[in-house]
Design a protein around this ligand. Structure first.
Ligand SMILES: *Cc1c(COP(=O)(O)O)cnc(C)c1O
Length: 374
């Protein structure tokens, strides 16, 4: 069977091993060490935030963010609807109740109009959690303005968007408490890992303490708060440290992939996952296509997915919206004019192979298979 073409896999460069070996040889094989300190510094410099706390996963970072925002049992929280479940699950860890906000067509992220409507229905909500799906910045100004007006805090889930910018500023630097991820399929990886980003020193210190079992400053194990074992490993941090200098190179490759799809699909009744070309620069983490409604009778995303699978090529449906997930069937979902944009994009869209190592030849094959179906 010919070599598999993947959706998105880790791309290593060699320096990762040097930092991992250094950790090994100096015996900093735990959750403290030079690699963690360096990676936290690198992220602050890149994103522009004041503090970064290295954690075991992006999900852990989101959990710490939700705790820092002070979510209490029963509190409603407005959340992106079309996203990965890890954006919203941490709200539930703290007993909060996600209310899902519909998606807009311009960037496939939280719809500001639906958010505004949600505040009319639930004026007391004090927290909004939104993601930059597939590395495309959301309508940040509009969302921020609405949150300010209603006195709500913001958690930005930048797990998929490290390196993406909006009006010249990096994603992960717009909310009160923000999260990035170094999961294996992200734009750069540590094999796992994540970080909490904030400009508030007190909050960063709290997250550091909570993530290391909430030990108080005493010779014995003294605890005044509930703790977690969420700190990043110095070995993982070594991998991230070696990846970091290659972030821009990965983004450039991903952008090339996106542009080749865009060009390759010209003339077909499809378009690519869109972005605000004037105000934002995505990291192009995943390229996605969406089929025109009128062409769905010719070919569906599932038909394309299966045709690619036959040729050992991986693709994936659009992240299934949270309001369609059985586990969240009891949660409220706010949309404008009954539009249900999320469900529509889910029905018509598909995530395409976007691996940094995919060759132009391989991508040509993907495009030609898809073209052949229309
Ligand atoms: C990957 C991802 C996360 C979770 O990050 P992990 O490091 O895998 O825990 C959260 N939100 C989104 C949108 C993601 O894509």
């Amino acid at each position: 069977m010919k070599e598999k073409i993947w959706l998105s896999t880790p791309t290593m460069h060699g320096e990762e091993m040097d930092f991992v070996r250094e950790a090994y040889e100096t015996n900093w094989m735990s959750t403290v060490g030079e690699n963690i300190n360096e990676v936290e510094k690198l992220v602050c410099e890149k994103v522009g935030c004041k503090y970064a706390v290295g954690l075991s996963a992006g999900t852990a970072a989101l959990h710490m963010a939700v705790k820092l925002a002070g979510v209490k049992p029963g509190d409603k929280v407005f959340c992106s609807d079309m996203t990965f479940a890890a954006t919203v699950n941490p709200v539930v860890y703290e007993g909060g109740v996600p209310v899902f906000i519909d998606t807009e067509y311009d960037t496939w992220n939280m719809d500001p109009a639906a958010l505004e409507k949600a505040f009319e229905i639930y004026p007391d909500v004090k927290l909004v959690v939104y993601a930059h799906l597939y590395g495309t910045p959301a309508k940040i100004d509009e969302i921020t303005k609405i949150c300010k007006k209603h006195g709500a805090m913001i958690i930005e889930d930048a797990a998929e968007s490290l390196g993406a910018s909006y009006k010249g500023k990096q994603t992960g630097d717009f909310g009160n408490f923000n999260a990035i991820s170094f999961n294996g399929n992200k734009i750069i990886t540590g094999s796992s890992g994540g970080m909490l980003l904030t400009d508030c020193k007190e909050s960063a210190d709290k997250a550091r303490k909570w993530s290391t079992q909430s030990r108080e400053n005493a010779p014995w194990y003294q605890h005044e708060e509930i703790g977690y074992n969420y700190r990043m490993s110095n070995v993982i941090a070594g991998v991230v440290r070696g990846q970091f200098p290659h972030l821009e190179e990965h983004i450039a490759k991903k952008k090339e992939i996106y542009m080749r799809y865009k060009e390759g699909f010209e003339g077909l009744p499809v378009s690519m996952n869109p972005y605000d070309e004037k105000n934002s620069e995505p990291n192009f983490w995943l390229s996605c296509m969406i089929i025109d409604e009128e062409a769905l009778h010719i070919v569906t995303p599932e038909k394309i997915r299966l045709a690619l699978e036959t040729e050992n090529i991986e693709s994936r449906p659009i992240w299934k919206p949270m309001h369609m997930q059985p586990v969240y069937s009891g949660n409220d979902y706010i949309m404008v004019n009954g539009d249900n944009v999320g469900e529509d994009i889910f029905k018509r869209g598909l995530c395409l192979p976007s691996d940094v190592k995919m060759t132009a030849e391989q991508q040509k094959e993907v495009i030609s298979i898809i073209k052949g179906l229309f």
